[in-house]
Design a protein around this ligand. Structure first.
Ligand code: SAM
Length: 240
């Protein structure tokens, strides 16, 4: 069943924007009486098209079911600003892998420190890419995209969190030792470095702030590979 996002829901009917109405009627060629699925946060609404106007389509809510694609664990990825195509790829995979928050940060070895304008541009591009990813992967709850953080504000937010791991190629402890089935984790923060990695001082500061350094194996992974590997394993082990 095709999935469309409603602009308004009055409890018995849902109403679509001009763009979504066009998508329903013109692009998907659906008509009055056809059934569609409409995301509604923790539920998916089964709706019957009642007005198939390509400018402002409407549908009657016939049934609802729990959305099974929404994230179950609360995972945040703090990602050091890397090249924009990498950031977009990582954000897209974060959405698919059930990450709740994606927060870029600056570290000393970031190749390009974004200024105000390019930070806004990167933020908007990532929002657009993750909107598409949301539709594609079937989750209803959007991933929050944070503004670019300084390293100091990353340390400050890490100090407040409980379970934080940072991917560090010099770490002796493998990722799997962090997860203990006897110690359930409800909220987890992941930190991954940029192409240049973390310098010694940054790694020490992260450890002092309470972030746990983990190794992802004996090979040096690209930033995007490390992020995707860390998110995949964490999501899997937290039944996300
Ligand atoms: N410092 C690396 C070097 O010597 O080439 C460059 C950083 S690596 C390209 C980008 C990020 O991926 C690192 O900051 C780290 O967060 C993560 N990473 C890469 N390989 C890793 C590994 N084997 N174990 C843990 N983290 C790794």
């Amino acid at each position: 069943m095709k999935r469309f996002f409603a602009e308004r829901n009055d409890g018995t009917k849902v109403y679509f924007s001009k763009e979504e109405s066009n998508h329903i009627v013109k692009v998907s060629r659906l008509r009055k009486g056809d059934l569609i699925s409409v995301p509604d946060l923790d539920h998916d609404l089964i709706c019957e098209i009642s007005y198939d106007d390509p400018e402002r389509a409407e549908a009657i809510i016939r049934d609802r079911s729990v959305n099974l694609a929404n994230p179950k664990a609360d995972i945040t990825l703090f990602m050091a600003v890397s090249k924009s195509d990498k950031m977009e790829l990582i954000a897209q995979k974060a959405c698919e892998l059930g990450i709740n928050r994606f927060i870029p940060f600056i570290s000393r070895r970031c190749v390009k420190i974004p200024d105000e304008r390019s930070s806004v541009k990167m933020h908007d591009r990532i929002v657009r890419i993750t909107e598409e990813s949301l539709k594609q992967c079937g989750r209803n709850r959007r991933m929050e995209i944070g503004n670019v953080m300084t390293f100091d504000s990353l340390i400050a937010s890490v100090e407040k969190e409980h379970d934080i791991i940072f991917a560090y190629e010099k770490a002796e402890v493998p990722l799997k030792s962090f997860f203990d089935p006897a110690r359930p984790i409800s909220e987890l923060s992941l930190i991954v470095g940029c192409e240049g990695g973390f310098d010694q001082d940054e790694a020490e500061r992260l450890k002092k702030a309470g972030a746990f350094p983990v190794s992802l194996g004996g090979r040096i992974l690209r930033a995007e590979t490390a992020a995707i590997a860390l998110m995949s394993v964490s999501s899997y082990l937290l039944d996300n």
